[in-house]
Ligand binder design. Structure first.
Ligand code: C2E
Ligand code: CA
Ligand code: CA
Ligand code: CA
Length: 273
């Protein structure tokens, strides 16, 4: 009836405003969390088929004082609505660099992949941000991979190349994250200084019973080979998936099968001396 309809729209509207208020508060809380150093660096191992060099992806975690753990899917998306994402990325990269330097002093050579949001990459000060963090921490940039998603291609191509080249000369590696889920053409791989592609979890989930996904992953391996790129497959949860992947190529594997993301100290504890 009409009444019910009105009622529903009122409820709906108030929920809508509640959500906006929540989002706004969460954004403020995140700002405070960055300032207070309440974010946490987690690391998830990436297992190479032959090389023993310990490497991991840096993943951010946030335990909200009142709401508990909040998924990065939620607060990263929120941070991307403002320049807050820049602060998040900078915080994360700084922590990763500090860890690399500290571990190097005790003789450990590690490699860490850090996520960079497209919004941040496109920002005019992106390069400056990276160089300041490298200089102030004293990290060897060759120990860093920056993971970029295909949404950096909203920027104009020459600017993208310039930014990447500048970091490349310092030894930074580049990875294209969530490879295959974007809308861009593959031709960019030839023109950009990319070192690695990461196959998205969504392609791995149905790998054991979906031939389409198998041939898709297979073609990623072929592309990677012809462009001389490393392949990381993420979201590998079962040995069945691993067996198929190793038949198609021999990727670096990141997934619950080997390791979940863990607090960085715990990750360090698993390393050989
Ligand atoms: P992503 O970069 O694609 O990271 C991979 C996600 O897959 C992570 O989720 C990881 O925990 C999860 N994952 C890895 N292996 C498995 C598996 O075997 N099974 C399942 N079910 N999941 C697996 P997480 O940590 O929740 O992060 C979600 C997204 O948030 C990331 O996706 C990334 O886009 C973003 N993110 C996380 N940390 C940062 C950061 O420091 N900066 C930026 N800009 N984004 C970040
Ligand atoms: Ca990533
Ligand atoms: Ca990914
Ligand atoms: Ca993803």
């Amino acid at each position: 009836s009409k009444d019910l309809g009105n009622n529903q729209s009122v409820i709906y509207r108030s929920e809508f405003y509640q959500q906006i208020t929540d989002a706004f508060e969460l954004q403020k809380d995140l700002e405070v969390a960055i300032e207070n150093n309440d974010l946490e660096l987690y690391l998830q191992s990436q297992i190479h088929p032959h090389e023993p060099l310990p490497r991991a992806e840096a993943l951010i975690r946030w335990q909200h004082p009142k709401r508990g753990w909040i998924s990065p899917e939620i607060f990263i998306a929120l941070a991307e609505e403002s320049n807050l994402i820049i602060e998040v990325d900078k915080w994360m990269l700084t922590e990763a660099c500090k860890l690399l330097v500290q571990q190097r002093k005790i003789g450990r050579q590690l490699h860490i992949s850090v996520n960079i949001s497209g919004q941040h990459f496109s920002h005019p000060n992106f390069l400056e941000h990276m160089l300041i963090i490298f200089a102030s921490t004293g990290v060897d940039p060759r120990q860093i991979t920056l993971e970029l998603t295909e949404n950096i291609f909203l920027d104009d191509f020459d600017t993208i190349i310039d930014k990447m080249q500048e970091l490349k000369t310092r030894g930074v590696r580049f990875s294209i994250d969530d490879f295959g889920t974007g809308y861009s053409s593959l031709s960019y791989l030839k023109r950009l200084p990319v070192d690695e592609v990461k196959v998205d979890r969504s392609f791995v989930q149905k790998l054991t019973d979906n031939e389409e996904d198998q041939s898709l992953v297979k073609s990623v391996f072929e592309i990677a080979q012809s462009f001389n790129l490393e392949v990381v497959v993420e979201g590998v949860e079962t040995s069945e998936q691993e067996v198929i992947l190793n038949q198609l190529g021999e990727p670096i594997i990141q997934g619950y099968l080997y390791a979940r993301p863990v607090p960085y100290r715990k990750w360090l504890d698993t390393l050989p001396n």
